[in-house]
Write a protein that binds this ligand. Structure first.
Ligand code: F6R
Length: 259
């Protein structure tokens, strides 16, 4: 794992966007794993303005609320179309979000895993982190080997996402379809972006604490090519800061960091 700390959330988002752009330039038929949430808004805005060629790219989103139709403004499909997919030259048929309206959610989860496999697996998976340590919607106690499946959202996650539902946590759906921790760990490269003070404590536990199903992001310690990008606020509780800064300045792992 590599940890990169940037002075501001804008610079952290810019680095994440640059890494995706670099990967897309090297491999135009990139299979890109995408996340939603407030942290990603800046990243998608930057990507949409970079004049990148997404024509051959395929995307797989991490998750979708159950019972929210794709054309509902609260769906993650709407979020993606509005913030990125509808703003670049990608073919919408090459973009995938789990179907939270599927009558058989188990079959939909299996179909999603099959689609990822048929695409050759995910080259680069973008992740945020929940205040309870989730990646995707892998809430505490998610098996570190889990695959795409239905998951009940934690009260902490429903409070965290209330802002998108008029500030009312009770309006946030109770369940979601999400890639599993195992599905995420299968991606060839993972970039986790965390910004803001609300992520500081959990990010330190995920990066520096023991690997535990209580913090699904801690499973990323097992991934051979994982980059964590944090702004100063999100990085403020990490103990090994001096080493992370030194390593990034002197021994950066990825050529994509260069502007
Ligand atoms: C959303 C997702 C979640 C978010 C996380 C952070 O698709 O997978 O894991 O990345 O909840 O959300 P924000 O960025 O809103 O703090």
């Amino acid at each position: 794992m590599e940890v990169i700390i940037r002075p501001s959330s804008a610079e952290a988002a810019m680095l994440a966007a640059r890494l995706i752009a670099a990967a897309l330039r090297v491999k135009p038929h990139l299979v890109l794993g995408l996340a939603t949430g407030r942290t990603m808004e800046q990243v998608y805005d930057l990507l949409a303005n970079m004049e990148l060629d997404f024509a051959a790219c395929r995307t797989f989103n991490l998750d979708e609320y159950i019972g929210v139709p794709p054309d509902d403004e609260h769906s993650y499909r709407s979020y993606m179309n509005q913030r990125l997919l509808g703003r670049v030259n990608i073919r919408l048929t090459s973009t995938h979000v789990p179907d939270g309206m599927a009558p058989d959610l188990g079959a939909e989860a299996a179909r999603y895993e099959r689609l990822i496999g048929e695409a050759g697996g995910i080259d680069l998976q973008l992740l945020g982190i929940g205040e309870d340590g989730h990646i995707g919607f892998n809430e505490p106690l998610s098996s570190l080997m889990s695959r795409t499946r239905e998951k009940a959202l934690s009260p902490a996650t429903r409070r965290q996402n209330a802002a998108m539902f008029g500030g009312d946590a009770d309006r946030v759906p109770k369940r979601a379809l999400t890639m599993g921790v195992g599905t995420i760990l299968d991606a060839r490269r993972v970039v986790l972006l965390a910004t803001g003070p609300a992520k500081a404590a959990v990010l330190a536990r995920a990066v520096e604490g023991p690997i535990t199903a209580m913090i699904s992001a801690s499973a990323l310690q097992l991934h051979p090519r994982c980059t964590v990008i944090a702004d100063e606020d999100a990085a403020s509780a990490m103990a090994q800061r001096e080493y992370y800064d030194w390593a990034f300045q002197n021994e950066p792992e990825w050529e994509g960091y260069r502007p």
